[in-house]
Design a protein around this ligand. Structure first.
Ligand SMILES: NC(=O)c1ccc[n+]([C@@H]2O[C@H](COP(=O)([O-])OP(=O)(O)OC[C@H]3O[C@@H](n4cnc5c(N)ncnc54)[C@H](O)[C@@H]3O)[C@@H](O)[C@H]2O)c1
Ligand SMILES: Nc1nc(=O)c(N)c(NC[C@H](O)[C@H](O)[C@H](O)COP(=O)(O)O)[nH]1
Length: 219
């Protein structure tokens, strides 16, 4: 499976405010790039922290991009994936609607009945790991469901875990010309953090995009 992490961050590395409110960091040009990237993959993934904060749809907006997917014999929309150890995704979450297939990655330990609740609203529950989703195992299951190209949008907890598991192939980051600040604000990679043996990236491209800069890395 090919995994690309895509995010937008402020010049000081924040993915949103200390209140975890959704804030437009991308400009119009980068939102367009994100829509095109979503249209090019088999599935788009976030952590449940993003679901609870933003209630994202994770769908392709541009009808022409949707039509191009169908012309290629693909589903109109990429699938959606949520890393959600304890099945906290609200049953009425937007990304559980019927716009696209949705996989919810859960751990074995979860409140009884939550898997069924999610399955009742059409989600495919993938169980991997005991207390936290075992990403390598969960990704193998996603591959078995036909996911070969996966885009991960965040947030910082999930992105760190992917690097810690050496599961990231490419990273693209749009850097906006603004400062958000806040010692508690989410950053591109949160979690426990590395204290050595840091993942080394190779700069693949640097380009001006709108008012900001797009950085692309091979991992
Ligand atoms: N600017 C951007 O590009 C962007 C993109 C996505 C999210 N965000 C922002 O990030 C914030 C949410 O990020 P976050 O870090 O709080 O949450 P997150 O979206 O990274 O979700 C983390 C949660 O996912 C679950 N999880 C299950 N298995 C996991 C695993 N193996 N590794 C890690 N997590 C696992 C855990 O419950 C964990 O708390 C929101 O404010 C959102 O707006 C910004
Ligand atoms: N690329 C990007 N730029 C941003 O400025 C921003 N705030 C996000 N945040 C990513 C997160 O996944 C959002 O919640 C969805 O991008 C919401 O958008 P949709 O409803 O999915 O279209 N992502």
């Amino acid at each position: 499976m090919h995994v690309v992490v895509n995010a937008a961050m402020s010049a000081d590395g924040k993915l949103s405010t200390r209140r975890r409110e959704q804030v437009d960091i991308s400009g119009a040009d980068d939102f367009r790039r994100v829509d095109e990237l979503r249209a090019s993959v088999d599935a788009v993934m976030v952590g449940v922290g993003t679901v609870l904060a933003d209630d994202p749809s994770l769908t392709v907006d541009d009808p022409e991009l949707v039509a191009e997917r169908e012309a290629r014999g693909e589903s109109p929309q990429p699938a959606r994936v949520v890393a959600d150890s304890h099945a906290r995704t609200p049953p009425d979450a937007t990304l559980l609607d019927d716009a696209a297939e949705t996989f919810v990655l859960c751990a074995e330990e979860e409140p009884p009945g939550h898997h069924e609740t999610l399955e009742d609203v059409g989600a495919t529950v993938v169980v991997a790991g005991e207390n936290r989703v075992a990403l390598p195992e969960a990704f193998e299951e996603l591959q078995a469901h036909g996911v070969e190209d996966l885009m991960v949008e965040g947030g910082g907890e999930l992105i760190f875990s992917l690097f810690a598991a050496d599961l990231v192939d490419d990273l693209s980051v749009y850097v906006a010309p603004k400062i958000i600040g806040g010692r508690e604000a989410p950053t591109l990679a949160d979690g426990d953090g590395f204290v050595g043996d840091f993942p080394e990236l190779e700069v693949a491209a640097v380009e001006r995009l709108g008012d900001g800069v797009l950085l692309e890395y091979e991992c």
